[in-house]
Design a protein around this ligand. Structure first.
Ligand SMILES: Cc1ncc(COP(=O)(O)O)c(C=O)c1O
Length: 246
């Protein structure tokens, strides 16, 4: 058994597998989907996320398997939103940003999402800034890319990088991203569970400027693999068909 599992996680896994829950979407399992919404808001409130990430205030989320999936979902959502505005023919110009501390899952998601590999930016961090990304570095990379005719799309901030525990300064980085209309995803896969403790909550300052946020419950929340919480501020696409739930 994985060393960070728990009896509650084991029991939950056994029940959901035993009942063969087909939780693709609301239509295939209304009960599972409604329960998922409740759980997303429940954990969101425990983490004191901005209400804009909660279903109760127009946001919401989905339990993913892994952070790799969360990255891919958010990146493809950002990509499609942008391409709807600027035209599909501009796909090759989209740029994705992270730092040299960002987990490899961002680069993997960018590859799968069809981002031109030469438009993936891994920005340098330095030890004296505890390997957090400098907002000035992000801004100058964006400006130089715009000058070259590219289109900034997505920035992945990390709170708690796997190798160094680096924390990106969310507030100032989200301010930069906002100036250029870039989607900000916050990857807190590894350390995010800690923010349930009030004394660590300050690491989330600035999260209200982000579009999406994810963490892995299968790490310190002791669920069995795989369980990644993904919250987004605007879960509905403008032209999405609304299913009649009655
Ligand atoms: C900071 C960070 N991001 C992303 C990931 C990838 O998570 P997953 O294996 O759930 O895709 C990890 C995994 O260790 C991580 O620590």
């Amino acid at each position: 058994m994985e060393c960070n599992a728990s009896i509650a996680g084991f029991a939950g896994e056994m029940l959901s597998t035993g009942f063969n829950v087909v939780g693709f979407n609301w239509i295939s399992s209304p009960a599972a989907t409604e329960l998922e919404s409740i759980v997303m808001d429940w954990l969101g409130k425990l983490l004191i996320l901005p209400t804009s990430f909660l279903f109760s205030a127009g946001g919401g989320g989905v339990l993913q398997g892994t952070t790799c999936e969360a990255m891919l979902c958010t990146l493809t959502a950002a990509r499609d939103q942008m391409l709807n505005k600027i035209g599909r023919e501009n796909m090759g110009k989209l740029v994705v940003y992270g730092s040299d501390q960002t987990h490899f899952s961002l680069q993997k998601a960018a590859k799968i999402a069809g981002i031109n590999p030469s438009n993936f930016r891994s920005l340098l961090t330095i030890k004296s800034a505890a390997f957090g990304l400098s907002p000035d570095s992000l801004r100058s990379a964006i400006q130089s890319n715009i000058k070259s005719g590219l289109i900034p799309l997505f920035y992945c901030a990390t709170i708690g990088a796997t190798s160094s525990n680096a924390v990106d300064p969310l507030g100032p980085l989200c301010d930069v991203a906002k100036d250029y209309n870039i989607w900000v995803h916050i990857d807190a896969a590894y350390a995010g569970s800690a923010f349930i403790c009030l004394e660590f909550h300050y690491f989330l300052h600035g999260i209200d400027g982000a579009n999406s946020f994810s963490l892995n419950a299968h790490k310190w929340f002791l669920t069995t693999l795989d369980c990644c919480y993904l919250w987004v501020k605007r879960p509905k696409c403008p032209n999405q068909i609304t299913l009649n739930r009655s």
